[in-house]
Design a protein around this ligand. Structure first.
Ligand SMILES: Cc1cc2nc3c(=O)[nH]c(=O)nc-3n(C[C@H](O)[C@H](O)[C@H](O)COP(=O)(O)O)c2cc1C
Length: 251
């Protein structure tokens, strides 16, 4: 075993500033094929990937996202949880699969499959020397994204991914993750509150030191403050309705 893949993964950071240099069709195809090699629950392959290189489509999606790198990138992918083709099989085979597709398990299976494909593509893109960033911001308006991309019933846009050559002044760096001992539990989950709190305290210090160093003292935010803000802000509470409208989560 070499450390090649490990080292590549450890270098990851999200890139949000790209050169104006499009990916070639061959590169796009290779990335998608790398994605498709991911394992897929019961061989279901519950995904479609929309490749976006039309500036008008990018602009429309940017209006949903609000983030400039939805337009300014080398290529844009949108990852769709997709049971449309399965529903066509259902029509032909009369296999009564609507209950499975619209079950909570169907949602979990579908979204896990999409995440696995996407992360394979992220690693492959970084191996090609590109940078990437995921775009959950496309869920700001799922109805509009479905309209822009002409998505049928049983197809739900989960997130996007901007890929491209990092701009010369792109200066991101790997962000410290939670310590191994905190997220890895051997055999039994360790829910000791004191130990968990101590680990969080230490990690808060690591993260605020990281921001302090990277922003010349301008930002000192701890991880727990970030999390309290993010999860306290109750965003995108329309997801249940939107999933139901797309034929998901009825059971
Ligand atoms: C599913 C998903 C959605 C994300 N959505 C966005 C987004 O809309 N905009 C953005 O700038 N970053 C987005 N990110 C990137 C995260 O903010 C980033 O991965 C995290 O802060 C860790 O930083 P790193 O990737 O540089 O290590 C997303 C990441 C994931 C996994």
């Amino acid at each position: 075993m070499t450390n090649y893949v490990y080292d590549l993964m450890k270098k990851h950071h999200s890139v949000r500033k790209f050169k104006d240099k499009p990916l070639s069709n061959d590169e796009v195809k290779k990335l998608v094929e790398a994605g498709q090699s991911a394992s897929t629950s019961s061989y279901l392959q519950t995904y479609s990937i929309i490749g976006v290189n039309d500036p008008r489509v990018k602009k429309d999606l940017k209006e949903v996202s609000g983030q400039p790198y939805v337009v300014d990138n080398g290529y844009l992918f949108v990852f769709v949880m997709d049971y449309y083709r399965h529903s066509l099989i259902d029509e032909d085979k009369k296999s009564d699969m609507d209950v499975s597709i619209s079950s909570t398990e169907g949602l979990l299976v579908g979204s896990i499959d999409v995440a696995l494909v996407a992360q394979n593509m992220a690693v492959a893109a970084e191996d090609m020397g590109y940078g990437m960033v995921y775009l959950g911001s496309l869920r700001n308006d799922v109805h509009r994204v479905k309209e822009i991309l002409n998505l049928p019933e049983h197809a739900f846009p989960l997130f996007g991914m901007a890929v491209g050559e990092p701009a010369d002044d792109e200066d991101g760096a790997p962000k410290p993750r939670l310590p191994f001992e905190h997220i890895f539990h051997e055999n039994l989950y360790n829910s000791n509150e004191q130990e968990q709190r101590k680990a969080l305290e230490d990690y808060d210090k690591t993260v605020s030191d990281y921001y302090h160093k990277r922003t010349n003292g301008e930002r000192n935010e701890t991880w727990s403050n970030q999390i309290a803000r993010a999860l306290g802000s109750k965003q995108r509470l329309d997801m249940l309705d939107e999933l139901k409208k797309s034929g998901f989560l009825k059971h």
